[in-house]
Write a protein that binds this ligand. Structure first.
Ligand SMILES: *[C@@H]1O[C@H](CO)[C@@H](O)[C@H](O)[C@H]1NC(C)=O
Ligand SMILES: *[C@@H]1O[C@H](CO)[C@@H](O)[C@H](O)[C@H]1NC(C)=O
Ligand SMILES: *[C@@H]1O[C@H](CO)[C@@H](O)[C@H](O)[C@H]1NC(C)=O
Length: 350
């Protein structure tokens, strides 16, 4: 199968000489889910669909469409869907007669004219270090997209959700009531790697977070809270850092800066309830001495105090039949609201 596709790609290369494209390369990836996990479609919609003759035609359609970075081909119907970002086509494998491919490069005689988002250079040989880096180097589309990054201190390339449109924010956690519920009562190992899917309920993972922050640049953290359907509140923190696994991913935060127009109040570094300097806790590795991960149904940098935390971002949705403390909240200054519909945590170089 893989062999057959390389032949197809060579044929494709010959054909593409006509339109100036000498060579296109794709990786096969996996079809993640049939239906979208979230009902809000603000991220990665299908660019276009076409009935094609073959897989080759489908790849050709993507190669010749500006901004196309992935395509999905349905073997039986020969329906070809092309995407700008990561929809349905994120990791390896094949599902239900559908195959997905991710762009590696589209090149003309001299240079590569399209690379995966995050890669850049004549031969797509460089990669951005974080979402802010993409903006500084002007090598990314100014949109909200999945992008590849590699921190200078790490050997691992990771695909993350970047809000390039707002200056290069990297989304490290996303919770939405329009997405299928996902329980964030997870183990140390799960919080260390990754939870969920960047298109829906999602946690980037402490190890990636540590690697991204592990450089001399200062980073800001922004918390976005949506409540009462459309009201927003925000908090900004400066000087965020996360230590390594051997130090239990301890969090440090220099300061809280109230948001100019829609301040939420400070539930992370508020006086004696500040989580500054706290290690991460999960139910199977708890530094809170107060059973906080079980009480709050989530992992977090809990205090060594019966209060646990003034915020529960990884908790569950409000539900009258479970204790309030185990559900989403941000007490300063929102109080014990039961109508929070979205939490986003994102980081950016200061
Ligand atoms: C969290 O998960 C653990 C392990 O599956 C389980 O023992 C515990 O009861 C769960 N906590 C809650 C509040 O569901
Ligand atoms: C953040 O911590 C890392 C060690 O994990 C350190 O190398 C880096 O300099 C720190 N960043 C800042 C801005 O102090
Ligand atoms: C509320 O929680 C209870 C107990 O965990 C559960 O059975 C029920 O399905 C939940 N209700 C909603 C609307 O999620």
């Amino acid at each position: 199968m893989v062999g057959a596709f390389s032949i197809a790609i060579q044929l494709l290369s010959m054909f593409m000489v006509v339109s100036g494209i000498r060579d296109s390369k794709y990786h096969q990836t996996k079809v993640l889910k049939e239906s979208p996990e979230c009902s809000s479609k603000n991220f990665d919609v299908t660019m276009s669909e076409l009935s094609t003759l073959s897989l080759l035609d489908c790849s050709r359609f993507c190669s010749s469409t500006e901004d196309c970075r992935r395509f999905m081909f349905e073997k039986e119907t020969k329906l070809c869907s092309i995407f700008e970002s990561g929809k349905n086509c994120i990791t390896d494998g094949e599902v239900n007669g559908k195959v997905c491919f991710r762009l590696k490069s589209v090149c003309d005689d001299v240079n590569c004219i399209r690379c995966p988002v995050g890669y850049y250079g004549d031969q797509c040989q460089h990669i951005i270090q974080d979402c802010t880096d993409g903006i500084t180097k002007s090598v990314v589309p100014l949109k909200r997209l999945m992008a590849f990054i590699q921190s200078s201190s790490s050997t691992v390339v990771v695909e993350v959700k970047c809000d390039f449109i707002y200056g290069g924010w990297l989304v490290i956690s996303n919770r939405e009531t329009t997405c299928l519920e996902l329980d964030f009562n997870k183990t140390w190992k799960e919080y260390s790697t990754r939870i969920g899917d960047p298109r829906g309920n999602y946690w980037l993972g402490l190890e990636h977070l540590h690697q991204i922050l592990r450089n001399p640049n200062r980073y800001a953290l922004e918390v976005i809270i949506v409540y009462e359907t459309t009201n927003q509140a925000r908090a900004t923190y400066l000087g965020l850092n996360i230590s390594d696994a051997s130090d239990n991913y301890r969090i440090t935060i220099d300061s809280y800066v109230p948001h100019g127009t829609i301040p939420s109040g400070d539930s992370l570094t508020n006086g004696i309830y500040s989580i500054h300097g706290r290690p991460f806790s999960t139910y199977d590795r708890d530094f809170s001495n107060n059973n906080c991960p079980v009480r709050f149904n989530s992992g977090w940098w809990y205090l060594d105090d019966p209060v646990c935390s003034r915020a529960n971002i990884n908790g569950r949705r409000y539900n009258v039949s479970v204790p309030f403390e185990s559900t989403w909240h941000w007490l300063d200054d929102l109080g014990p609201r039961t109508d929070i519909s979205m939490f986003i945590l994102r980081i950016k170089k200061e």
